[in-house]
Design a protein around this ligand. Structure first.
Ligand code: 6GU
Length: 277
């Protein structure tokens, strides 16, 4: 059984626990499919005030996450788990998607992963144009984004064929940014999309949720990861209905009551993904 451990390094563990201790993510932990550890970055802070940030060299607004607390926190995890991979949620990372979730869940074969990374590298080139405005907003350069793509590609090749146990350290940055040297211990820079959040906690939740639901013994029956792999993770869903048949005049399409499975499959294919909302 595959098992993934997530260590979340954050200043706000109390913001994460309530969500992760509910529903499917609770069950996944209860069943031993995933394990989640919380590490409070404040515990690694400097001086009597346990400071974790400071002003930028060269001037400018805001405070940056310092290297020392971040390295100390990550090294404390890596001492016991040297192969743990560090994820940094950041608006200038690679945009998270279902293919990456499958890769992190250890579902795709290395060949599939390599193909995905190759196509990512191509699309990353295109995406860079789109990211440009955003990066400038954040004062970062194009070359930094291609480094991120390269790190992902290299790391994908390093991954073992059969991932029985993987360990991800998710470092949640806060405040206005981080010292660039922190990137030297980061394996994956992940963004949720083209907008800026106050911290990495929401990304940590999204990454953990989307990876965990792909693992065996988390969801049941028809929603298993095996079924998803059939649809290559792109099963943008078709419209679905349950009882009642007629809700305030809105009726369920008759074909779904026909019992004609071929016709239903065709209808669902025709109504999948792009034709919605
Ligand atoms: Cl992962 N972090 C932050 N702070 N902002 C974001 C993001 C991540 N993804 C999009 N915007």
């Amino acid at each position: 059984m595959s098992k993934i451990k997530f260590t979340i390094i954050t200043l706000f563990p109390e913001a994460l626990r309530p969500y992760l201790n509910c529903s499917m993510l609770y069950k996944a932990q209860d069943r031993g499919v995933i394990a989640i550890d919380y590490l409070n970055l404040r515990d690694f802070g400097l001086g009597p005030h346990k400071s974790v940030d400071d002003t930028p060299y060269g001037g400018g607004d805001g405070m940056l996450l310092r290297c020392e607390p971040v390295f100390a926190a990550i090294e404390s995890v890596k001492n016991a788990s040297p192969d743990a991979e560090v994820i940094l949620p950041t608006p200038v990372g690679i945009t998270w998607n279902q293919s990456l979730a499958r890769q992190f869940a250890g579902i795709d074969t290395p060949a599939q992963t390599a193909a995905e990374v190759a196509s990512l590298s191509v699309s990353a080139g295109k995406a860079q144009n789109r990211l440009e405005d955003h990066s400038e907003l954040l004062g970062r350069t194009k070359s930094q984004e291609s480094i991120n793509t390269k790190v992902l590609a290299e790391n994908a090749q390093k991954q073992p064929e059969n991932c029985l146990e993987r360990h991800f350290i998710i470092l949640c940055p806060h405040y206005e940014g981080y010292d660039e040297r922190i990137l030297s211990i980061v394996d994956h820079k992940i963004s949720l999309g083209h907008y800026v959040l106050t911290g990495g906690e929401l990304a940590a939740l999204i990454i953990i949720d989307s990876v965990t639901r792909l693992l065996p013994n988390v969801l049941g029956g028809e929603h298993s990861a095996a079924v998803e792999s059939f649809s290559a993770g792109n099963n943008l869903e078709y419209p679905q209905y349950t009882k009642p048949f007629d809700f305030r005049g809105q009726k369920v399409p008759e074909i779904l009551l026909s019992g004609n499975h071929a016709a239903i499959a065709k209808w669902r294919a025709e109504h999948s993904g792009h034709s919605r909302g």
